[in-house]
Design a protein around this ligand. Structure first.
Ligand code: CP
Length: 309
């Protein structure tokens, strides 16, 4: 593949190849050196049109650890004029000969559009409510390390499914790797027709969590609710927040995940988030650096091969 725009175009063997290479980078990142040369001589530009802590920091570290020249553009959604401005920006940067463009944008489809305008590899760091492929890949690596496999697991994704690119990318990836996905959340936050993706839908946490291996909590994305129904945080926590009582319905060795940023006391009890026997939230962050190193390494190999050919 020339770009990483989503999980949608990836075959199971593509996903496995990224995760296997990421394992090597987990080892490298835990060593004293931390550095490789897979991106030596290449220029990586990070363009975040929307706020980020984990994704931006890990893409920057990933590029630097692999020897790229990394530039972070300071971009705020508030100054963004849609359409022409995005394309003009892409063309301007393209003229500086970047090799890797990492892009986060509040509009679904904006990163795909940008990828059509530039002559380098583009990585989607999250576009609107569409896809967040490196998040799903780091989640998959975290699950595979904790459970030893990705197939035949029961995985619950809980909360604000409708506004979540993380949910969408995870549904695609986990389905492709033959895990069983359950979606749990209020009907108002469940996309219509989502069952077509081969998932089971629940609006009751206890029924949905019964016997699952993995509990993935999502943030209530109020910024994407643009005037629509916004549940009260108290009521939401009562019905859909993960606390010890509800987690008791999952398997005793079930792991708890959250992509971050977390709203403690809204979708998850802070004590569960911090429980090192159940929560793998910090592992997810660690895997994020390794997965982004692997994804950029593979795209760079593809880029070099195409340029040489
Ligand atoms: N999980 C995630 O994308 O976090 P950030 O928004 O902080 O990058």
């Amino acid at each position: 593949h020339a770009h990483l725009l989503g999980i949608e175009p990836l075959a199971p063997e593509n996903i496995t190849a990224i995760l296997d290479l990421a394992e090597e980078y987990v080892t490298l990142n835990r060593s004293d050196t931390k550095h490789g040369d897979a991106l030596a001589g290449l220029t990586q530009i990070n363009m975040f049109f929307e706020a980020s802590t984990r994704t931006q920091a890990s893409f920057e570290l990933a590029g630097k650890r692999l020897g790229a020249d990394v530039m972070n553009m300071a971009m705020q959604a508030s100054s963004l004029k849609k359409g022409e401005t995005l394309i003009d920006t892409a063309l301007t940067l393209n003229a500086m000969h970047p090799d890797l463009l990492v892009v986060r944008h509040p509009q679904s489809g904006a990163v795909d559009l940008l990828a059509q305008k530039v002559r380098c590899a583009v990585l989607n760091a999250g576009d609107g409510r569409h896809e967040h492929p490196t998040q799903a890949l780091l989640d998959a690596l975290t699950i595979r390390r904790a459970k030893g496999r990705l197939h035949r697991l029961n995985i619950a994704i809980c909360g604000d499914i409708a506004h979540s690119r993380v949910a969408r990318s995870n549904i695609l990836l986990l389905g492709r790797m033959e895990s069983r996905v359950r979606l749990i959340g209020p009907p108002t936050l469940m996309p219509a027709g989502i069952e077509e993706f081969g998932v089971e839908v629940y609006d009751d946490m206890r029924a949905g969590l019964d016997g699952v291996d993995v509990v993935m909590m999502l943030r209530l994305q109020k910024e994407r609710m643009d005037g629509g129904f916004i549940p009260s945080e108290r009521e939401y926590y009562h019905r859909y927040g993960l606390d010890a009582e509800k987690l008791g319905y999952a398997k005793p060795d079930a792991i708890v995940m959250h992509p971050g940023p977390m709203n403690r006391g809204v979708e998850i009890d802070g004590e569960i988030a911090d429980d090192i026997n159940r929560s793998v939230i910090q592992d997810q962050v660690e895997m994020g650096v390794a997965v982004r190193m692997a994804a950029m390494d593979l795209l760079a190999r593809n880029l070099r091969a195409r340029r040489a050919g």
